[in-house]
Structure formats: C-alpha cells, structure tokens
Ligand binder design. Sequence first.
Ligand code: MN
Ligand code: MN
Length: 472
Amino acid sequence: MEKDNDKIAKLRDRLVYSKKLVWDSLTKEENIDVENFCRSYKNFLDVAKTERLAVIEIIKQAKDNGFEKYEYGKSQPKYYIDMKNKNVALVVKGSESALKGVRLIASHVDSPRLDLKQNPLYEDTEIAFLKTHYYGGIKKYQWLSRPMALYGHVILNNGETLDVAIGDGHDDPVFTISDILPHLARKQREKKLTDAFEAEKMNLVIGSRPVPDSDKDVKERIKLNILSILNEKYGLVEEDFISSEFEVVPVGKAADVGLDRSMIGAYGQDDRICAFTSLKALLETSNPDRTSIAIFYDKEEIGSDGATGAKSRFIEIVMSNILKDEDIVPDTGNILDAMSMSMALSADVNGAFDPDYPEVHEKRNAAMLGYGVCVTKFTGSGGKYGANDADAEYVGWIRNLFNKDSIVWQTGELGKIDEGGGGTIAKFLASHNIAVIDCGPSLLSMHAPFELSSKGDIFMAYKAYKSFLNAK
Ligand code: MN
Ligand code: MN
C-alpha cells in the first residue's frame, strides 16, 4: 500500500504542473539579496515619481555604470539614446551584429495620475483650487481626500525651464482633493460608481488665505495670494501654467508592507517595477552575444501615442543608430532585417489574483502574488481583441530559458474573459516584426495610489530579465 502511494506521488510530480512560491525556492543568502535589491528599488520609486524624473534617474545610473550619450563614430561599448527627456534607450553592444537580432526589454515609466489643466487656478468661496485632468485609467474615488504632491516642469516665457517639486520634501505643504461627508452623501451613494465621482470635481485645494494687507473687496484675493507665493518662490506668473506639465501624485515614500516585510507598497509600481528591474539587469550585462537594449517608454497609460510613446518610431531610431555604429547602412531593409530577427520582453505588470474579489479572476489562469514573474501570452479584451498573442514557439523558448536558469515564473491572464481587459506595448513592438511577450511581476491594487507588489516577484523579474539578456 505504502509503495503504491509513493508511486502515485512520483507520477504526480512528473506529470502535473504546479506553481512555485518564490519564498520556497530562495536560499538564506538569496533572502538577503532580495532585501538589498528591494531597498534600492524603493529608493528608485521615491526619486522617480514622474516619467521625467524616472528618465533622469535612469540616465544617471547608466552614466555611473559607464554609459555615454550615443555619438556616431565614437565606438562606445555602452551608450544611451534619449528622446525629449521622457523616453530613453540603454544599449550594451553585443559581439554579434545587430543584423542577427537584438535582445530588447521595454517597459514604461509613466503612471496613472492627475495632470493640471493649462489654465488651472481659480478661487471659489474663499478657497483657491487647481483644476486637474486625470491621466490613464483610474478609479477616481481613490484619489480623493488624501495628501497629494505637485511635480512641475515649466517652460518660462524667456525660454528657460523650471522644475518644481512640492509635497514630498521635508516639512513641505501638501495638497488634496475634497470629498463629500458621508452625512450628505445619500444621493452620491445611490449613483453608479462611474457617475458618483466626476472628473470636473477633482480640483486640488491649494490655499485659503487672502493676499496680505488686502481690502475685503479686492477681487479674488485668495487666488492672488497663491500667485504671489508662486512668483516669490519660483518667479512664476499665471500664464506660465500654459507651457507647463504639472503632475499631481500621491505624497509618500515606498514602504515595506506586512509584519513579515514581504511586500512593497508604493505609488507608480506600474510600471516602474519593470523599469527598475530591467535597468538593473541591463546595467549588470557586459559583453553579451546579442546587443542588449532596455527601452523606457512614456505614454503607455494613455495608449502609447505621442512622440515618446511606443507607437512612435523611436525603436527605429535606436536600431538605426545601432547599425550606424556597426558601419552598416541603416536603410529600411537592414532595419527590418534586424527587427525581425530580434527578441523582446514587454516588461509590464499583470493584475494579481485578489482573494477578496475572486469573481473577476479565473483562478487557474490568474497571476498569483508571490508565485514569481508572470509571463502573459496575450492581453487584449473580449475574443483576444487587440492582443499581441505571442506564438507557442516563442513561449517555448522563454519557458526553456527560465526553467534552465531556475527562474520562478508563472503564466497569467488579466481577469476573466469579458470582465474587462487591457493592453501593453507588446503589440506595438510586434508591429515591427519583433518576437515579443509580456513578462513582469503581478500587482494588487494596480493603478491605485498605493500599489502592492511581492518582493519575491520583484527579485524574480530582475533574474528573468538578466537571464533573457544573457541567453545564447
Ligand atoms: Mn503598465
Ligand atoms: Mn497601467
């Protein structure tokens, strides 16, 4: 009897697929590595609260690791190519020509947030407000009655630029959007969630004190006081808002979550979690066979349009520069040859199975927090509409690679069929005939002001990206 049970257990082990929890596979030393790695990840999140700041930090770390700005004819082993301060590619030259294909990991550094409108400042009932316009997919109620910070990039009338950051510094004032008290929210409660919170009511409280020494009958003296503070501290006038980008983001630093400190909670983990892990993987790659690239895109959260998004021709510019560096004519034929021989990971997050809301997931095919980096064969919605849907050949190559390199990984589909859906930049890379698949950690509370990740998954994403860049 005993023997038969043994046989069945062996049969099960051999035949049945089961996911692995990252924590079960880590050695004592690796547990320390995870903590150290996640400490620098949290620092990255704290300094990279906007796409511009992320690009600045990525270029800084690249330079610290011997990367130089791309210059034709200079023969650089490691270089970076940036685009309009919002989009950057890091390149490590391989021993093989790029015509044989490159290894590319592409993530995005923009996150859901509130932008200021171009004419944002007004006063109502002795309170000054800034009007906002939300960016990306948000559940509006999550952004009310919480402390918010302002990050601004302003082009002044004389052409000079000015960067402003208020809210995350020591002793900084913060801002907030008000919500109705529950006592008076009877009608709001009866509304559908989509109607209950209106974007035009998401106005940021910025002040309530009149300009000093003003007469009671001076018009808009609260607003005037705000303008006078902005002018005194930063030299700004109201028209400067028109040529500015102000982003309103949650105040606060990334934090360990849980008594066991197994998770990280922070704003902007979609997709700076992949930006950071792919950055580290690339910085630690030297003399690879294939030219290795990490691209950090902007605009993913609003559909990848725009000159700094994945629908732009930035990837062609990068490829063209790589070919020129190898003294290969970067004509259309050569660029297409290089692209169609290339392999890519679309490094983006997936929604983790939430035990409080099992009804939106299909448990057998959902990514689980802590079960490693998630490989997502397709995204899209409905009948796989708008999906890249990587082919079995490419999934097979990835599976073999990750298993060989002892990466703890899983597969996951974003939610139940017809429950909703979403996309990544995978399909825009695929439109250049690059083999591509989505690969990244899964998050709880994705797109919320405080997103939750597993430290084990973060570490496995980093290991998976390294394994991909160094694969033969
Ligand atoms: Mn994303
Ligand atoms: Mn997103």
